[in-house]
Design a protein around this ligand. Sequence first.
Ligand code: FAD
Length: 488
Amino acid sequence: MRAASFGAGPAFAFFLTKVAVMRSLSQSAPRDPLPAALVGTLAALLGERFSTATAVREQHGRDESYHPSMPPDAVAFARSTEEVAAIVTACAAHKVPIIPFGTGTSLEGHIAALRGGVCIDVSAMNAILEVRPADMDVTVQAGVTRKQLNAHLRDTGLFFPIDPGADASLGGMTATRASGTNAVRYGTMRENVLALSVVTPEGRVVKIGGRARKSSAGYDLTRLFVGSEGTLGVITEVTLRLHGIPEKIVSAVCPFPSVRAAVDTVIATIQIGVPVARIEFLNARQILAVNAYSKLDYAAAPTLFFEFHGTPDHVAEQVRMVQDLAADQGAAGFRWAETPEERDRLWTARHNAFYASLATKAGGRGFSSDVCVPISRLTECIAQTEEDLARSALFTSIVGHVGDGNFHVIFIVDPENPAEIEEARRLNDRIVARALAMDGTCTGEHGVGHGKMDFLEDEHGEALDMMRKIKRALDPDDIMNPGKIVRL
Ligand SMILES: Cc1cc2nc3c(=O)[nH]c(=O)nc-3n(C[C@H](O)[C@H](O)[C@H](O)COP(=O)(O)OP(=O)(O)OC[C@H]3O[C@@H](n4cnc5c(N)ncnc54)[C@H](O)[C@@H]3O)c2cc1C
């Protein structure tokens, strides 16, 4: 599946056919009702914090995407690691599936209870346990959200940079290996999680990783759990790296004459090593949606949003270099946001881009592609994708963390209209095939859930079998979020 040119040819056709066949074979397994003895145990343990109410179950079976709701049989609201361990032990005794739940903002059917079972909602586990400014790290319970953490850190001079558009839980962000607009400078959850407390599928509490900034002590289990999407255990505590708030922060918006000009500016910026903090792309349709949703008046053109961090001199130097690169590509000029309020408005609008697209269609749901390619292939990948999209009747927009080579096509579909979902899938299959042919990945940050499972064989080959072996070794009864990431 590795080819220089793309869009036709037998390898491409084979990929698309195989994915379509695998998808048609996918069926959710039959569900058994919860054993009465388990219901009794959990009700006695949690009282009103154990619920089988329809509305509560519905709310926990649906994420923010087009994937249909698949509610669990019950929801257990945990308050401590010990409670999570007790819930898992009880479910394990009956081999009942467990689905961990943070804030439910994932986008690939991650929290769908494909085989029923008990959803463990950790959102009430929201204590910030210890901030250690001298070591620049923090330990939190898994239900703490990224905004809650940053509000708590405000007076310390430190911040936590990973910022998915939604105000997600740090446990969920760990479980999906999330990133966001700052990843180009500060890395993703992979680089920022130091240690975890996890409850294993048999109900044991295990501490993995540590606060030392480096360690060669055995297998890197922390990295294994980062991105495990609840399939290996429940994360109950997370120790994270923190970063110093920069002395000077400047943001800017810059329209370009073409998609190619904008993306080539990104590539040049990264290749010459300008340490931009944020460099985000929005195509003209996305800008129009953002303007309407956030009451802004940016020019309707392919646009880059920038942010620069550092000392005043260092920021000025970065700005000069990027302005020169943008001018070489015919950019019209930068619109600056220097005050915290102006910057907040700009980045809130960017974070709301998904909802801005949703607002273009009453009752529409979002279907987001998430490919990431090596930076040198980014222009080609986005340009060929735009050609595909231009031939489709669906509303689509493009937004991306392009400094990392990661971009999303957002398709707005009517969830009741199978033809629209099929068309979004058809286009997404082509985008993924293209990215894999360019040595990229089907998901840069959203994760696999059950929505992207069909792509993993082509992406990982033999390594997918190794993943299956790990899953079977750690969760032999397949009770932890079954039906996600790997098909057993
Ligand atoms: C508007 C919008 C913008 C977004 N932008 C981005 C973005 O820029 N970057 C990005 O990476 N993502 C983005 N996302 C996706 C989403 O916010 C992330 O995937 C986020 O990390 C999910 O966190 P959550 O707390 O909502 O997890 P949930 O949706 O609750 O769960 C996600 C997965 O993690 C598992 N899980 C949750 N908590 C735990 C736990 N304590 N232990 C073990 N497993 C657990 C669940 O079982 C599930 O498989 C966006 C979503 C929306 C709606």
